[in-house]
Design a protein. Structure first.
Length: 125
């Protein structure tokens, strides 16, 4: 972990968000969260191409979700706040430019968040 980076809870275990990204890809997870984030969503055992889930994320990603979660209700995560994502990505070693592009924010904002985290860490010493 990079000095000044906030510790992640359950650092050894992937989050539900990461599991979704691994299963249906970044675009699928983004679409799923945009449509259903923070809700409990029933995942059909055999999604139909006309189902709401298939329409939002695509039929193949819906089928991939059904292989793991079919017949259950999935607690769709709300994405972490941008500030936390900036710190997580920086801790993973991404550059300032890569973080700004990934999160759709300015380089200035990335620098601000990192500086604030450093200042908070130094004041806690």
């Amino acid at each position: 972990m990079t000095p000044g980076a906030a510790p992640r809870p359950n650092a050894g275990r992937p989050s539900m968000l990461q599991n979704l990204i691994d299963l249906i890809g970044h675009d699928g997870a983004t679409a799923l969260i945009a449509a259903f984030g923070g809700t409990r969503l029933y995942i059909p055992q055999a999604p139909d191409p006309a189902d709401a889930l298939s329409e939002v994320i695509g039929h193949l990603p819906a089928c991939a979700l059904a292989q793991i979660f079919g017949g259950d209700r999935l607690e769709v995560p709300n994405p972490p706040p941008r500030r936390m994502r900036i710190l997580e990505l920086r801790a993973k070693g991404l550059t300032i430019n890569a973080i700004a592009r990934t999160l759709g924010c300015t380089r200035r904002r990335v620098f601000q968040v990192i500086a604030e985290a450093r200042a908070a860490a130094e004041s806690n010493r």
